[in-house]
Design a protein around this ligand. Sequence first.
Ligand SMILES: [Zn+2]
Length: 174
Amino acid sequence: MKSILLASTAILLTQNIAKAYSLHGAKQEGKYLKIELVNMNEKYRLAAITAGISYCLNTHITVHADIHPGGSRFTASHGNFGKTGWEARATWRTGFRSNIIKSGSIHMNEAYCNSMNGLNLRVVTMHEIGHLLGLGHSKLQNAIMYTSASHAFLRHNTFTPTNDDKAGLRKLYI
Ligand SMILES: [Zn+2]
């Protein structure tokens, strides 16, 4: 009896995890996202490039962060926006009466990000890339897409997409 109970508990946990992610309603046209890095210093550039590589290695989505201009309507940059409460943000536009994201940008806030180590900065960048791919915030505190990506990194040592993040991406891009 005890083993049956444990088995059903495990199934319940799996179901909860599968439902933790959210989608914001828009997505990329395909499984590929190219982001142009605009005037990023070496630390931010490295974080963005390795964030893209982490998506390539751990999910079925290809994310290519590129220092060469042209060929993409998606950009990432950094600036000092002050103590706004957000470490970084992503904005995007969809096509007319469409849920396909046509352009977008990621802004990393130096007021918080300058003091981060490279790995933490990568996780924050991955979170913003997740938004450009169509992911909303996850209820799971260890997910890349948890409201605070720093929390996922600092408290749960998350530095690659979790099963929950991957489940959201599979829902969007079969
Ligand atoms: Zn977010």
